[in-house]
Design a protein around this ligand. Structure first.
Ligand code: FAD
Ligand code: SF4
Ligand code: SF4
Length: 660
């Protein structure tokens, strides 16, 4: 056996702390090491060439690279050694950057000693590496997009335009998400509905897209290229095949309910379409509020419907679809400020509203026809106070992160107040103004030049003052207290993951981050992929963002899907779990711990002394297993092992550390 060790400086990233040449010299003394060198940038073209040349010259049959995280460059170095004719899995990487130089930046000697230990362990493990071979699985060239906001719409259209079939599943009775609720969009102030509704129609009319609204994904099994998805079509109590969308039913329905689309600023009926341009433009009955479905006397809609489309007996229906890729685009909800910010008077002051409610007020198709008025008395406000970061960047009461769109939409709202209400004044309480987008800084400056008064500080309390609201806060720049008599207060509430995001991620089999947004596989290099192969992320379900970033990410996710569909077959990761059926006791603890639902039970027959006995054992689904190793740790009989990270290999690394 001849192992080559290559220790990287990563410029000064590693070399500025760790004594890299010393690590290489020490490594040369480890068992089986035939060649050991250090190099400034091992991942660079000359660095890779050096490895290829060394493999050939020194007849190396295993390679250890000590550099950055394998998450970053393991594929790079696998390809490098493959170019020299080695099996790509005869590589072991040691992370001496994140695990040594970065975390022990102030202790160079200890960082160096740790790097030497880690390389010693990697060499011991490398000596037991076996060649591994990728398998091939076929790809179903149909995509599922979950969520029909602008992210899901864009992803679905891009995939469909590339010639692939798409099923778009939306939870609500219409697609459009939040964008279609907005009035104008920063920084260009173009009409949001004018740019989003044509896309909604394009989705409905696209021959490659099947639109499934008022539906949810309830179960997913399978793996990249071959997912089997259960979709629940919620009962609409209206047969859309015969409904003509004439509107007679919702005109006559006697039951009024606060409407979601107008953010509860007006009412809809129990049978309704969310807004006039909804897609599909046919109603459904909100069962929780329908009189008849709650045992009261009614049935008006069935009586008046000229098409006989009302069906009170309709039930939820489940169907199974097969897809090769899934794009998650479930978007965001707004932070519930009611309890966290009691000092802003939730429930007491109807004139304290959210930014999304403001969007509906200022919108020509909104409940006031675009007139900005106070919900309490319908009067036009003169003094409007905007409070930013309500729930964002506030670890104590809300979320630590920045919601990224609020600075700009608050500037947009302040501009709209000043533009629409002569003599009005707009005050903005802020912590920072963040404008990291094209033409964003100019847009914000324009609002300031128009007269919006920005006050740096937090609002401590809102109280009633006659028919006005007294907003008290601190101006931290001037170091003084501020009191403003406001007619209307608008809160820029944080973006949070859509309701049930965590449960949905668990159902489908991928992970969420600490805030509940969907976790990308790598923040820089794989930002539109979930950490389960074949699942892609688009828009605000992955983290707060504005529309340009949402659309860009959706198109990127679509390209990833198309790249997957460009192949007839895809290679499978060979570093997966493997069951030793002789040792397996059939307890299936491994099945319970597997986060990717990759383990199932299978029955095998044992022949002993002329009799045949059947017993259950665990079986790994090679397409689903992501090689996380949870199962191997749970198996009490040591019957399940991970190829490339076997118990024996790990034990040899630990032994090398303990016995040095
Ligand atoms: P969403 O619009 O939230 O769409 C998600 C969709 O998924 C929804 O239709 C939802 O019903 C559906 N869904 C959720 N869960 C499920 C599920 N389990 N199954 C199926 N479907 C599901 N950005 C700008 O660039 N310019 C602006 O001027 C601007 N103004 C804004 C003003 C306000 C007040 C706010 C709050 C935001 C503003 N934004 C603006 C940001 C903008 O709203 C978002 O960037 C954009 O809407 C994100 O789109 P999305 O598709 O990711 O999410
Ligand atoms: Fe559809 Fe009948 Fe209502 Fe007209 S009255 S919108 S046909 S359900
Ligand atoms: Fe409205 Fe009555 Fe029809 Fe229910 S049965 S949707 S309450 S009209």
């Amino acid at each position: 056996m001849r192992i080559g060790v290559f220790v990287c400086w990563c410029g000064s990233n590693i070399g500025g702390v760790v004594d890299v040449p010393r690590v290489a010299v020490e490594a040369a003394r480890f068992p089986h090491v035939a060649h050991s060198v250090d190099y400034k940038y091992t991942c660079s073209e000359p660095g890779q060439k050096m490895i290829v040349d060394a493999i050939k010259e020194h007849k190396l049959d295993r390679v250890v690279v000590a550099s950055c995280s394998p998450r970053l460059h393991e594929p790079t170095f696998r390809q490098t050694i493959a170019r020299a004719g080695l099996n790509p899995y005869l590589l072991e990487m040691v992370n001496i950057r994140e695990q040594c130089s970065w975390v022990h930046a102030k202790e160079p000697d200890k960082a160096t000693a740790k790097a030497i230990d880690l390389v010693r362990m990697a060499v011991a493990k490398a000596a037991l590496l076996e060649p591994l071979f990728e398998g091939a699985i076929p790809v179903t060239k149909k995509a599922l997009v979950v969520g029909g906001g602008i992210a899901g719409i864009q992803a679905a259209l891009d995939i469909a335009d590339a010639g692939h079939k798409v099923i778009l599943v939306e939870r609500e009775p219409t697609i459009g998400g939040k964008m279609v609720m907005l009035d104008k969009t920063f920084p260009t102030l173009d009409c949001s509905a004018c740019i989003s509704t044509p896309k909604m129609v394009a989705v409905a009319q696209h021959p490659n897209i099947e639109l499934v609204t008022y539906a949810e994904v309830t179960a997913v099994s399978g793996y990249i290229g071959n997912f089997s998805v259960t979709i629940k079509q919620k009962a609409r109590y209206v047969d859309h095949a015969s409904c003509t969308g004439c509107g007679t039913c919702w005109e006559k329905c006697p039951k009024k309910v606060p409407g979601e689309f107008n953010q509860y600023l007006d009412n809809r009926k129990a049978i309704y379409i969310p807004f006039p341009q909804a897609v599909p433009n046919k109603p459904c009955i909100d069962a929780a509020n329908c009189r008849l479905l709650n045992g009261q006397k009614c049935g008006v809609c069935a009586k008046v419907c000229p098409a006989g489309a009302i069906d009170y007996e309709q039930k939820d229906e489940y169907r199974q679809v097969e897809v090769g890729a899934i794009v998650m685009a479930t978007g965001y909800d707004l932070f519930n400020w009611a309890q966290a910010y009691g000092e802003y008077g939730y429930g007491k002051f109807p004139d304290v509203i959210t930014g999304l409610q403001f969007e509906r007020l200022v919108n020509a198709s909104g409940p006031t026809g675009g007139k900005i008025v106070r919900p309490s008395d319908g009067k036009e406000p003169q003094n409007v106070v905007f409070i930013k970061c309500v729930g964002s960047r506030d670890e104590a009461k809300g979320k630590a992160y920045c919601s990224r769109a609020c600075c700009l939409y608050t500037a947009k709202h302040a501009h709209q107040v000043l533009e629409k209400i002569p003599g009005s004044r707009a005050f903005v309480f802020y912590m920072d103004v963040r404008t990291p987008g094209k033409a964003y800084e100019e847009f914000y400056q324009r609002t300031v030049n128009e007269g919006a008064r920005y006050i740096r500080g937090r609002v401590s309390k809102i109280s009633r003052l006659g028919d006005k609201l007294l907003v008290r806060g601190a101006d931290t720049l001037l170091g003084s207290q501020v009191e403003i008599e406001a007619d209307l207060v608008v809160l820029a509430t944080a973006m949070v993951p859509a309701e049930n995001s965590r449960e949905l991620a668990r159902t489908i089999g991928f992970t969420t981050d600490q805030d509940g947004f969907f976790q990308e596989a790598h923040p820089k290099l794989r930002p539109v992929e979930a950490n389960t192969a074949g699942i892609f992320l688009a828009g605000t379900c992955q983290g707060p963002k504005d529309i340009p970033d949402t659309v860009a990410q959706a198109s990127a996710a679509a390209v990833k899907v198309c790249a997957l569909f460009a192949k007839q077959e895809i290679a499978t990761n060979p570093m997966i779990a493997e069951v030793n059926e002789t040792h397996c006791q059939g307890c299936l603890l491994c099945r319970d711990v597997c986060p990717f639902k990759a383990i199932e039970a299978k029955t095998i027959s044992d022949k002993a002394h002329g009799t045949v006995k059947t017993r259950p054992v665990a079986r790994v689904n090679a397409g689903l297993c992501q090689g996380c190793g949870s199962c191997t740790a749970s198996c009490r009989s040591g019957a399940i092992d991970l190829k490339g990270f076997s118990n024996e290999q790990i034990a040899s690394a630990v032994k090398a550390f303990l016995c040095c």
